[in-house]
Design a protein around this ligand. Structure first.
Ligand SMILES: N[C@@H](CCC(=O)N[C@@H](CS)C(=O)NCC(=O)O)C(=O)O
Length: 485
């Protein structure tokens, strides 16, 4: 992992207030931090000598108008639908009503992690979506990036996910999966006719798969050979199970509870083993059943909304697992996934992580990224300026969660704002990539602004902040701006 990425980072949820997601604790900047900052600001900074970034990008108001003119009717109406509990699934939704009338109070509240990293939460999230069970979402921090409410520690045992069903708490993802199957007989069953007993072998295989994946992922390079052999053998058995049916899913043409049991760790294995070990799980030649399963899963809106991208998983797993063992074979993939692919030039080539067929065209992805930026530009600029604050106290372990979350550093925020307007302008450029351009004022020091944009770019999380296709565009356009500073 590069030094830039291993520096602990942020909790950015574009589209929601960071305050909502910021751990509620006082973070004090150390005296050394303030002194360093003061020295920076006195020492010939851009802020002291006038703007360092060209101010000729359109205003946020003009950018909002340009976006409104470019977006489809569906895109324009999506946010209002989501706020009303309707529309497609998204990571930001707080209420899902499906076919229930407005004002309906759901029987289910899902407590899931604020950053959309928790693998067990994903299974329940997808189940509720697949069964169209109305639910509310309450977000709770994982310990690697924040604290939990006392009631949750006390009454719910501190682990996610938790569901409140008809007033009672249900703990543990497997218990929740079966509880929801039983509590909503009117919703489409995700169990085969034989019930739980009919999937016992596959439930056991999932446990073996999870153990084999974690065993290899966490193994240091020198001790990795045995763990790798065990993983490959287990993955072969999973592929065999998938290849024994037709239709892509574990039980055939229809998604079932078995797919939800496997989804989180298959998705995370695909991402993490490429990044850390250089191994492809989604390999159609070697594991055709697995490759067909990913294709089938990507047809489900519930999966597309809850899935991360390889980069996010590569960053969110180490703090949850206490580290991942990186092999030399993964280095070329790490270079590409953690920066190498984040250029406009790379957008033209197929990415290492395939884009879901239903992810829309590049223009839609650029508009999605622009929409997040335009709607949240003030918070995003403040967030990016955290690049210049010293780590918060106590530190936060997760690379995508920011240790500086309470630092009121707004040094050169005007330059960051201008640079972000250039990024939004480029995203809304109306097709084609923006040409390389100098964005820095002649002779001024734009390096701090470039550092702030880099800080932001390295902390975009999928699906927390936006989907994979939009994140790809956003990161590449941020690199374009960084290169122009
Ligand atoms: N067996 C439990 C495991 C739940 C679990 O380990 N959850 C993790 C998140 S993935 C957790 O809440 N850890 C505490 C934390 O990170 O704060 C289940 O299936 O629900």
């Amino acid at each position: 992992m590069s030094a830039a990425l291993s520096a602990a980072a942020c909790l950015l949820l574009l589209g929601r207030t960071t305050a909502l997601l910021t751990p509620r604790r006082t973070v004090r900047m150390s005296a050394g931090g303030w002194l360093r900052k003061a020295a920076d600001m006195v020492g010939g900074s851009a802020a002291a000598s006038g703007p360092a970034v060209l101010g000729d990008a359109p205003s946020w108001g003009a950018l909002a108008e340009r976006l409104a003119a470019a977006e489809t009717v569906e895109e324009a109406g999506a946010a209002a639908l989501v706020a009303a509990g309707r529309g497609p699934p998204t990571a930001g939704a707080a209420l899902r009503l499906f076919d229930a009338p407005d004002g309906y109070e759901p029987r289910v509240t899902l407590y899931r992690d604020s950053a959309s990293w928790c693998p067990y939460c994903q299974k329940i999230w997808m189940q509720l979506e697949e069964k169209r069970i109305p639910y509310r979402v309450e977000r709770i921090n994982m310990r690697c990036y924040g604290s939990k409410p006392a009631w949750f520690e006390r009454e719910a045992g501190g682990l996610l996910p938790v569901v409140r069903l008809d007033g009672d708490l249900v703990l543990d993802s497997v218990s929740i999966l079966f509880a929801l199957e039983g509590a909503f007989p009117e919703a489409e069953s995700l169990l085969p006719p034989g019930g739980r007993a009919a999937i016992a072998d596959l439930v056991a295989l999932e446990k073996q798969f999870a153990g084999a994946w974690l065993g290899w992922l966490r193994a240091p390079a020198a001790l990795s050979a045995g763990a790798r052999a065990n993983f490959e053998a287990t993955l072969g058995r999973v592929d065999g199970a998938l290849s024994s049916t037709t239709g892509g899913f574990f039980l055939g043409a229809d998604l079932s509870l078995v797919d939800l049991l496997f989804v989180s760790f298959l998705e995370r294995a695909e991402a993490s083993l490429l990044f850390y070990k250089g191994f492809r799980v989604r390999d159609g030649a070697r594991f055709p059943g697995i490759a067909a399963w990913f294709d089938a899963m990507e047809t489900r809106p519930s999966f597309r909304a809850s899935a991360s991208d390889y980069y996010t998983h590569a960053m969110d797993l180490p703090p949850q697992l206490g580290g991942c063992g990186a092999d030399g074979a993964g280095e070329v993939f790490r270079d590409a996934l953690a920066g190498g692919e984040w250029t406009l030039g790379a957008l033209a080539a197929p990415p290492l992580q395939p884009l879901p067929a239903a992810s829309g065209d590049a223009g839609a992805a650029r508009r999605a990224a622009a929409r997040k930026l335009v709607a949240n530009h003030e918070k995003v600029a403040v967030f990016a300026c955290r690049a210049h604050g010293p780590p918060g106290v106590p530190p936060v372990a997760a690379p995508l969660a920011d240790p500086n979350n309470a630092s009121p550093v707004r040094w050169h925020i005007g330059d960051v704002d201008a640079a972000l307007r250039h990024v939004a302008d480029a995203l809304l450029g109306g097709g084609g990539d923006p040409a390389p351009r100098t964005l820095a004022v002649d002779g001024a020091d734009a390096a701090p602004t470039a550092a702030a944009l880099r800080y932001l770019r390295d902390r975009v999380g999928v699906p927390r902040d936006m989907d994979y296709a939009a994140a790809r565009q956003f990161r590449a356009h941020l690199t374009w701006a960084i290169d122009g500073l």
